[in-house]
Design a protein around this ligand. Structure first.
Ligand SMILES: [Zn+2]
Length: 254
């Protein structure tokens, strides 16, 4: 919807410029400037999921507490250790899994489910180029992941997290046709790029507030290392870690 507003505003601005300023000698540059500004807005809208520019994503919860989400697994070594920490602390999280990792890690996926965590769709291929392919190809990629998850856990996920947080009009169409809900985040940890646990912990904890959806990756040793400290921080500060579907009041399976 925001994209439609940007298109209408750009077109209206161009029409007004041509109508009122057609004799202005730098008119050509003004028009180029307006078009460039529009393209920059589209690029930003594509890259930042929280802006809900093309797709309405749930990026925050309305309830008290925070939710932990883990992307890019299942990872044979890291995911199982994260599950052990969560079980010890009696915390339920949501795992946005990549379809092409399911076959080799089906037992792990099943374990995530049986231990009471939710599973969401993070596409089959996790390929940046998928976003510029046709809606049909995008739908196939997303559906393939959902079908693989369903084969293993017997439940059809409703939550979808766009890889890299990139959204396009094609995503909007694909998700609508597949009846999936886009889930973003309010805290991006950048754990995949972090080298220092203390820096990462500080970056995360200074942003924690009621309703936060924290994006982590169950593929990184540093995430495994920092997780107990995040949990400890929440305990000390009286912040409950709740399942994502409770934080956002939305059913995770169809
Ligand atoms: Zn990812």
């Amino acid at each position: 919807m925001k994209h439609n507003i940007a298109i209408i505003t750009t077109c209206a601005t161009l029409i007004l410029l041509v109508f009122f300023l057609h004799e202005f000698i730098y008119m050509k540059w003004v028009i180029i400037g307006v078009i460039l500004l529009f393209l920059i807005i589209v690029a930003i809208g594509t890259s930042f999921i929280q802006l809900n520019y093309f797709v309405e994503s749930i990026n925050k919860g309305n309830n008290k507490g925070i939710a932990l989400t883990f992307d890019d697994g299942p990872h044979a070594a890291i995911t199982s250790q994260i599950l052990a920490i969560l079980e010890k602390e009696n915390i339920k999280a949501t795992f946005f899994v990549i379809g092409n990792k399911i076959e080799k890690n089906a037992a792990l996926l099943k374990k995530i489910d049986t231990e009471g965590h939710n599973i969401g769709n993070h596409s089959f291929s996790h390929n940046k180029l998928t976003t510029i392919r046709s809606t049909k190809k995008l739908k196939e990629d997303i559906l393939k992941c959902n079908q693989l998850i369903e084969q293993v856990i017997g439940k059809k996920p409703v939550f979808f997290r766009p890889p890299f947080g990139i959204t396009t009009p094609r995503y909007k169409r694909a998700l609508k046709q597949l009846n999936l809900q886009s889930i973003g985040w309010s805290i991006r940890s950048f754990d995949t790029q972090s080298k220092n646990k203390e820096v990462l912990l500080k970056k995360i904890t200074k942003q924690i507030a009621d309703g936060s959806i924290l994006l982590l990756h169950d593929t990184q040793q540093i995430t495994l290392d920092v997780l107990p400290d995040i949990i400890q921080f929440c305990k000390i500060n009286g912040i409950n870690i709740v399942p994502l579907h409770e934080l956002i009041n939305y059913q995770p399976y169809a």
